[in-house]
Write a protein that binds this ligand. Structure first.
Ligand code: EPZ
Length: 420
């Protein structure tokens, strides 16, 4: 397993190209199952999760090729049963359930595993699909779904932590070929859901209200192949912005969508960072001081849970006490224990982390536990004095395209070592 070796204390300066969005491209790849025709998707990030989803589509019978950031998928003859092991290993693969039900009216998909950040239930996915007339049976670790008559309906998709992103995606993708009109109430409003709906509408679907809590889908008989460019990854952009501020430097995020980063940029300003939008690019840099703050993760357009760990690393450097409250996932503070090994002072009290910042961090060996926690450890390691080794960076490779190369080009002293 690979590790990163980081020599801390470098200031990040320069420009970085923001890659395509992982959380947009995964459901869009699933949506290609809804047509027999060829789909061409541009600006696809080279991530292990994307390569995994390619294998899942191939296991269903689709022909998939990836050439330099452009993905071509033709799902002409597909089956409704995916490879158990493949699907079980990547939570995001649950989003093939909706399109398989929509296209074939029949699917067997392995239940996604939980992960370190929470149990990751799919009760809302099942609620939405059964409201459309899908009979669901859970047996042997699979969800077996049959929907002889898929009919539009109104369904409330809000859960105890608010809307569900992939649950909304699944219900939208099952309803685009259903009879009649489907109204999804308490739908997720994330930009990745909007990008999926843009993709589906380009295929000939009739979806209104994407980006709002109420999405209306009018079923159509069939969908066509389409060409599409994936939106930039707002979490990658936010991660590099936080890294720039933590290092005391300044980075221009080429291709970022500031309109997708409202809450993140607002919190960076509140912490004392400089945020400028210059000729179409977004530049974020350290200010004269780094201030502590309070933040709570919320559904979009609130502060994103996927930026919580990165901000915790930043707040370890602020002079004073900060409070970070995680309201989306039940255990998303795994990075706190590892940050303590770098000299941070963090106490967990229920859903909140109390960060007493201001003490300099010093390098240590740390262990990555999940995708965004790993990013937090890299940010902290670059700001720490001395050497930090981040082990198990395969977590990072799931969601960040060649992170160490992008950071090196900004001046970081970071290299990947091949593990045992
Ligand atoms: C998506 O996961 C993202 N993943 C996550 O990003 C992101 O953190 C999450 O949305 C929230 O924004 C992808 O898009 C591939 P949810 P998703 O359903 O859709 C509960 C990353 O780091 N819930 O919106 O699986 C759930 O337990 C990843 O890139 C139910 O209770 O998340 C959680 O508490 C991590 N029942 C909350 O809702 C359900 O049926 C939000 O989960 C479904 C979810």
């Amino acid at each position: 397993m690979d590790s990163f070796v980081i020599e801390g204390g470098t200031v990040l300066r320069g420009e970085v190209e923001v890659s395509g969005s992982k959380n947009a491209v995964l459901p869009i790849m699933a949506a290609t199952l809804l047509t027999r025709e060829t789909c061409v998707i541009h600006h696809v990030p080279d991530l292990s999760d994307v390569r995994f989803m390619c294998r899942i589509l191939q296991s269903l019978g689709a022909v998939v090729t990836m050439e330099g950031g452009t993905l071509t998928v033709r799902a002409e003859n597909i089956t409704g049963t995916g490879d158990y092991d493949l699907i079980r290993k990547m939570r995001g693969s649950i989003c093939i359930l909706g399109p398989l039900v929509g296209r074939l009216r029949k699917a067997s998909v392995s239940l996604p595993g939980g992960c370190v950040i929470g149990t990751r239930p799919i009760d809302l996915h099942l609620k939405g699909l059964s409201a459309l007339g899908t009979a669901m049976r859970i047996e042997g670790g699979y969800v077996h779904a049959e929907a002889p008559g898929l009919r539009g309906t109104t369904v409330f998709m809000g859960g105890r932590s608010g809307p569900t992103v992939l649950g909304t995606a699944n219900v939208v993708m099952a309803s685009v070929l259903a009879e009649g009109v489907t109204v999804i109430e308490s739908a997720a409003c994330e930009p990745e859901v909007v990008d999926l709906c843009d993709f589906l509408n380009a295929m000939g679907a009739r979806i209104h209200g994407a980006g709002s809590p109420t999405i209306t889908v009018t079923g159509v008989p069939a969908l066509a192949g389409v060409e599409h460019r994936v939106i930039p990854d707002r979490i990658e952009a936010g991660t590099f912005a936080v890294a720039a501020v933590a290092s005391g430097g300044e980075v221009t995020l080429r291709g970022a969508r500031p309109d997708h980063l409202g809450a993140v940029l607002e919190k960076l300003r509140e912490a004392g960072a400089r945020v400028e939008r210059r000729n179409g690019a977004l530049t974020v840099g350290a200010g004269s001081t780094l201030r502590p703050l309070e933040l709570t993760t919320m559904p979009y357009s609130g502060f994103p849970t996927d930026m919580q760990a990165q901000f915790m690393a930043l707040l370890c450097l602020a002079n004073g006490t900060s409070i970070v409250t995680e309201r989306i996932f039940e255990s998303r503070f795994m990075h706190a224990a590892e940050l303590l090994r770098l000299g941070a002072d963090i106490g967990i009290e229920g859903p909140s982390a109390i960060i007493k910042g201001g003490r300099p961090l010093s390098g240590a060996e740390v262990m990555a536990s999940d995708l965004r926690a790993s990013a937090a450890l890299v940010i902290a390691g670059m700001a720490a004095q001395g050497r930090t080794q981040v082990h198990r960076v395969y977590h990072l490779d799931r969601g960040y395209e060649r992170m160490e190369l992008k950071l090196s080009r900004l001046g970081a002293r970071i290299e990947r070592t091949q593990g045992e």
